[in-house]
Write a protein that binds this ligand. Structure first.
Ligand SMILES: *[C@@H]1O[C@H](CO)[C@@H](O)[C@H](O)[C@H]1NC(C)=O
Ligand SMILES: *[C@@H]1O[C@H](CO)[C@@H](O)[C@H](O)[C@H]1NC(C)=O
Length: 270
């Protein structure tokens, strides 16, 4: 059977109030045809991969338009790690009153080797290649989003932490805690310097620590995600004994008509 923390996946991220996935499909990448997931809470677990592909359109009620997360294929990259080819298609009108509200999260989530102490993880190799074509003004980002806690499996209590690594952002999106200024800097990680912003997500009560690059990534990222988490250990945000309970990579749209095509590799190696 597939083992992944269902509630964790559901409540992680910026979406605190969702019910459990309604339309979760269990499949494998050999039999799974290219699929469009356009519901408010649609997902497919690919059992022969480390992933669930997920369309979490959690603020659909505040969106005038649609958000789809589309599965294309899984392939084996150089080095033997699997990659998933997917896309995120948004057609969301700009509405001034909700322009600062993230409408959803389109992502690939980990299902394997979670709920492990950071100290027991040997590496989290990641590659994220994307292109985004927008035909109207677009606001949103490209990010990794992990949840940790000193309690195994916890991603919902206020002791859990949400950690974001933004690779690219456009249209004026700002991290939680921006107004307080940077809490720390990291001088050298993945070839650039970074600033750490921190604040409480008022919907979840969970502290969000967002690391933003001084130089944004331009469609290509490759690195060991453990290096980011260890940078947060050095900054005093986490302990090395903390549990990595949820991990994923995706895009958070606010508005705009855009197609993001992506190829992602992401896995936890123990
Ligand atoms: C794409 O989005 C960016 C950021 O909102 C905007 O500056 C740009 O004009 C948009 N492109 C088109 C063709 O609308
Ligand atoms: C990009 O995504 C769109 C929407 O899912 C898809 O129709 C198109 O084939 C993709 N393009 C490539 C090059 O994968």
């Amino acid at each position: 059977m597939v083992s992944f923390p269902l509630t964790a996946l559901t409540f992680a991220l910026v979406a605190p109030t969702l019910a459990l996935p309604r339309a979760m499909t269990i499949s494998d990448s050999a039999s799974q045809q290219p699929t469009q997931l356009c519901g408010t809470d649609d997902s497919v677990v690919l059992t022969d991969t480390p992933w669930i592909i997920y369309n979490m359109f959690y603020n659909a009620a505040q969106a005038k338009g649609t958000q789809c997360t589309n599965y294309e294929s899984v392939k084996t990259g150089t080095g033997g790690n699997k990659n998933i080819v997917w896309s995120s298609v948004t057609n969301i009108d700009y509405v001034s009153s909700t322009s600062n509200v993230p409408k959803g999260y389109s992502f690939i989530g980990l299902t394997q080797n979670l709920e492990t102490q950071l100290s027991a993880i040997s590496s989290i190799p990641a590659t994220y290649d994307w292109t985004r074509t927008n035909t109207t003004a677009f606001k949103g980002n490209i990010c990794f989003d992990f949840m940790t806690s000193d309690t195994k499996g916890d991603s919902t209590s206020t002791s859990a932490q949400e950690l974001m690594l933004w690779l690219e952002y456009t249209g004026g999106q700002l991290p939680i805690g921006w107004g307080d200024g940077a809490k720390a800097t990291a001088s050298s990680l993945y070839g650039t310097s970074w600033k750490l912003y921190q604040g409480v997500n008022e919907d979840t009560g969970i502290t969000v620590s967002s690391l933003l690059p001084d130089m944004q990534f331009d469609g290509t990222f490759s690195g060991d995600i453990k290096d980011w988490l260890m940078t947060l250990v050095e900054a005093g945000v986490l302990k090395e004994s903390t549990y990595v309970n949820v991990g994923n990579a995706g895009t958070e749209p606010f508005y705009g008509n855009a197609v993001m095509n992506a190829t992602l590799g992401l896995q936890i190696n123990l």
